[in-house]
Unconditional design. Sequence first.
Length: 668
Amino acid sequence: MPDAPSLERVSAHRVAARLRHQSDSYAEIYEHSTRAPDDFWLQQADCVDWITPPTLSSPSHAQEPGTDHGSWFADGTMNISVNALDRHVAAGRGHHPALITDSAMIGEKSVLTYAELLERVRKFAGALHELGVGAGDRVLIYLPMISEAVVAMLACARIGAIHSVVFGGFAANELAVRINDATPSVIVTATGGLEPSRQVEYLPIVHQAIGLSTGSVRYVVVKDRPQIDGDITEYASGAASGGSPDVSWLDWDELESSALPADAVEMRAQDPLYILYTSGTTGSPKGVVRDTGGYAVALQWAMTNIYAVGPDSTIFTASDVGWVVGHSFIVYGPLLAGAATVLYEGKPIGTPDAGTFWRIIQDYAVDVLYTAPTALRAIRREDPTLDELEKYDTSSLQAIYLAGERLDTETWHWANDGIHVPIVDHWWQTETGWPICANPRGVQQLESKAGSTGVPMPGFVPRILDREGNDVTKPGTEGNIAIQLPLPPGALIGLWGSTERFENSYLAEFPGYYATGDAGYFDDDGYLFVMGRTDDVINVAGHRLSTGSFEEVISQHPDVAECAVLGLHDELKGQRAAAFITMKHGRNRDEGALAIELVALVREVIGPVAAFRDVMVVERLPKTRSGKILRKTIRQIFDGEEVRIPPTIEDVTVLDAIYTAAGRTRIQ
C-alpha cells in the first residue's frame, strides 16, 4: 500500500497523543490503524468467518483521482449471510432471538430466532434462484418495515445477488429512475405500508414505475398485508392498464412455501453486496456500492468496539431499512454480532404517544437505542419533563446513539440530564457505511462533549482544509472536513455504473482526500465538531458564518423546540441569515417578542457581524422521512428559485406555510 502523506501521519499521532491521557487503549488502537493499516485490518478480519481467509489488505481507494480503485481483502472469499446467521446457529445459538418486529401501527409483535430467520432466508433465496436470480444480478426491494425486508436482503446476499433497497412509498418516477440505473430483474414489494394517518399502497406505484422504466423487470414478488386495501389480483391477471405485459406478479407466501432452500454462494470480498441510492435534492440519485468483505469486517469491529453490542445484546435502531442506518445497524451489524435487533414500524411520537421508545426498551430489554436527533427533539417537544419515561422500566438501556443530522447542545443536555445514560453523538455518511467519528464505548468510554461527534475511528483520518485545500491546524478554526485516502474497509467502492461521477463527487476537489461535503473543526483535545454541510456556510458582507453556529445559539432559548437557519439572498450583503423555528408545546408567546429576544441572543453570542434579524415561527419544519430538515428547499422558496421538492419529503403540505410567508404559491 502506498505510504500515507507524512503530514497525515503526524496528524494521526497528534490526535492519539491528545487522547492518550484518557484512554491508552483507544490511542493505541487508532495509532495502529493509521500507522500500519494492512496489519491492523488483517487482524480485524480474523473476527469474521472466511471461506478463503485473506492474506492481502489493500486500500479501497487509490491516493489520486483517475487511478484504479481496489478493494480490501482482495484474495479473501466469504458469504456475509453465513456470518450473519449460519455461524450463530452452528455455535448453538439458533434458539436466541435474532429479529424482533414491532408494529405500533397495527399492534403486532413477533420474534424470529436465528434458526427461524436462517430457514426463511434459505427458502426465499431458493425462490429467487428459481426465478433465475444469480450472483451479480440485481434485486430491487421496495418494502415497509416488516420482517420480509430483512429476509429479502439476506436472501440476496446468500446467493450473491446485489440488493437495492428503496424506501417504501417513494413516488413512481423516483422508483423508475432507480430501476433504470440498477436494471433489476426482480422487484420484491408488499401491498403497502402504514403511516399514522394513512395507508400507502405500493402496487400502483410499482406498476407505474415499471411502465416508466426501460424493461429490465421480469418478476414482481408481492407480500400481501391484510391491513392494506387492494391485492395482487388485478396486476397478476394483466387487467391493470400501463405497466408491462412481460412482467409476472407472484405471491410471496406461495413462492416461499414451495421453494427449495438455497445454499450460500462463495463470494469474493470485493464483490458488491448492495447498491444504495442517496437522495440528494438536485440531480439524479447516486448509487453507492458497498463490497462484501470490507463491510463485514468494519461492521463487526463497530458493533463490538463502538456500540458495545454482542451476542447477549438487543439493539433498537429507530430508522428504516431503506436508509444506510437500517442497512448497517438494523440488519447487517447486529446480526453479524449475534445480537437481537428490533424492526419498528411507527414513529417516536403519535404512535400512540411520546413513550413509544421507552415501551420498546422495556418490552425487549434493549441495551442500545440508536435514533436521530429529530426523534429526541420530537419527544422533548411533546414530553419535556420525560413523564412518559417514568412509566416504563428502562433499566436495561446502556446508551443512546444519535446520528443523521447535527445534535444541538440543548437537546444533548436535556437527554443527558433526564435519561441518565450516555448520549453518544457520532458522525458518518451513506458513503462511509459506518462511523467516521464516535465515542468507542466498547473500548473505553471517553469523555463526552456536547456538540461534538467524538473522535476518529480506526482507519479514518479526517482533516480540516480551507477552500484551497490547505491544512487548517489551529484548533477551533472551521473548514472543510476531508478524509485522507485510502478510506477504511466498509466505505463505498464506487458509484454504480459511473466511475467519473464517483471521482468528481468525492475525490477531485481535494486530491488525496475524500471530500465529505461537511464543515467543522477540531478542538484542542482532538474532538470533531461537525457544524453542517459546506453549502450551509453563508457569506454575510464578506464574512463566512456557519448556520450551525446560529442554530446552536437559538436552540438554547427555552421556548424553541427546533430551528433551521439558512442564508437568503440579500441585495446589499449578498446573504442574510434567517431562522425558522418551532416553539415547544404549551408555549404561547408573542412571535414578535420572541423574535426580538432571539435576535438579541444571536448578536450577544456571535456578535453584530451576524447581521441577524429575520425570524419566522412555523408549526412544523419541512423534513425528509429520515428526519433531516430541508434547508435548501426553504431557501429556494424564499429566493424565488425553481423548487425541486425532494421525493424523500415526509409531508409536502408543511411547505405551504413557507410558500405563504415567501409570497409564493405551491404548484400542486
